[in-house]
Design a binder for this molecule. Structure first.
Ligand code: GLY
Ligand code: MN
Ligand code: MN
Length: 435
């Protein structure tokens, strides 16, 4: 299917749910990094999901109540003086053709068109993400329209997040998305294997980061899907350690949580391995607890199971394992009840994955945990983190371990998209000690 059909199918799906509503969406604003230079541009995920448009300065109106132009794109006009700096822009006509729009107009006409679209619609859906200026503008316009239609009737009754519709749609990945997600996963998996094989004591954390991120870009990825975490020793026990500046010591465990974004889709992989290529007894003891829990949760991931059931299974296995190796004392029931496990395991088992690394979509609905269905993709990432200040037995201090894979729910069970990176102890040791 040509990719523009992918987006028009999604818009049709949205229209079917909007009734007499209209979707008025703005692309992500550019973000300044220093003075007059910007961060690399990344389109708003909902805007991209419905249009396929990746350039800055855009907006769109999806309006089934407008029979002549149900889909209008708004883009930056052609301007040779500016294009010399930032690249060629498509003409309005070519934009409309390429993105399957009924018309494309100058972005300067967005607000007046939005106002007209609101007059003939019963509800306004918009992207209520991080762009506060856009949110206030939409509220402003709804208020203005309400005044205009006061005597004639009609007009929107309110402003709603388009995410209330798109985030449910985005939970279920179509074939097109799964192809891109597998590619992001493959690039990321290869990068992890390369970094694992290259690691030696006395390397710097940023040198492993460079190996990973160079591979992401070399293989056509946009770069990291999130800020790479490369932590040796105690740094591996800091959940969001992103400095990556320290020297890795002989005897350290190294935790790498890094993955590529490819054509807007994220992977998310963590592997943990001994810097010197050989697990010590203490490292092996904790690692085996995490690995056993991770594999059990993946095995249990199939249609019908809930996110909560997976997390509860993960937690129980981690707690039982920590009791067995002497990290916790008491019964598993007590420890789960009083939450004392949180000293070593303080996050959830996983999250949705897709256009955003922590992808949109609820984990609960009507007070119940979401039930897994085919097409959903999420991470399974148990961990145990024993920092150097902990009261744990000395041998365990300064060891942080997480193992993370990306799991697609299929009709019959699941597919591990990131299975290619070794995680069995024998396989890690074999890879690290290969010449
Ligand atoms: N890399 C972010 C996470 O694992 O959630
Ligand atoms: Mn994750
Ligand atoms: Mn991760």
């Amino acid at each position: 299917m040509p990719s523009s059909n992918v987006y028009s199918k999604r818009r049709q799906n949205l229209i079917n749910q909007m009734g007499k509503g209209v979707a008025i969406l703005k692309g992500a604003p550019e973000q300044i990094r220093t003075n007059d230079t910007e961060y690399p541009y990344r389109q708003d995920s909902d805007f991209f999901y419905l249009t396929g448009y990746t350039e800055p300065g855009a907006a769109c109106i999806i309006n089934p109540n407008d029979k002549d132009n149900p889909f209008t794109m708004f883009v930056l006009p052609q301007d040779p003086k500016k294009e010399v700096w930032t690249g060629w822009r498509l003409s309005f006509e070519d934009t409309a053709t390429h993105f399957g729009a009924d018309q494309a107009l100058d972005i300067g006409e967005f607000e007046s068109n939005a106002l007209e679209a609101m007059k003939i619609s019963s509800k306004v859906y918009t992207n209520l993400s991080h762009d506060k200026v856009h949110q206030y503008k939409m509220l402003d316009l709804v208020g203005e329209v309400r005044k205009v239609v006061q005597r004639t009737g009609g007009g929107p009754e309110g402003l709603e997040s388009v995410g209330s519709l798109t985030h449910v749609m985005r939970l279920f990945k179509d074939e097109h998305e799964l192809g891109l997600m597998q590619k992001a996963a493959d690039i990321s998996a290869d990068a992890h294997s390369k970094a694992m094989q290259a690691c030696k004591p006395d390397m710097y954390e940023y040198q492993l980061q460079a190996i990973l991120e160079s591979h992401f870009v070399h293989e056509g990825g946009a770069g990291p899907a999130y800020t790479s975490i490369v932590g040796g020793g105690d740094n591996a026990t800091v959940l969001h350690y992103i400095k990556n500046r320290d020297k890795i010591k002989d005897g350290d465990m190294v935790l790498i949580d890094a993955a590529a974004e490819y054509d807007m889709y994220a992977a998310d992989i963590t592997r943990t391995f001994p810097a010197n290529g050989k697990f010590s007894d203490a490292q092996r003891a904790i690692y085996e607890v995490v690995l056993k829990a991770q594999k059990a949760v993946i095995d249990a991931s199939k249609p019908g199971v809930t996110f909560k059931e997976l997390h509860d299974m993960d937690l129980r296995l981690l707690v039982e394992g920590m009791i067995e190796i002497g990290l916790l004392s008491g019964t598993a029931d007590e420890i789960i009840e009083n939450e004392s496990y949180q000293e070593y395991f303080m996050h959830k088992t996983g999250h949705w994955l897709g256009l955003d690394v922590h992808d949109m979509g609820n984990y609960m609905a009507d007070g119940e945990s979401i039930v897994m269905k085919p097409g959903m993709v999420f991470t399974v990432e148990p961990g145990i983190y024993v920092n150097s200040k902990s009261k744990a037995p000395e041998k365990y201090r300064g060891i942080g371990i997480r193992i993370e894979d990306d799991i697609l729910i299929t009709e019959t069970g699941n597919k591990n998209l990131t299975a290619a990176v070794p995680k069995e102890i024998v396989d890690i040791e074999a890879l690290m000690n290969r010449d």
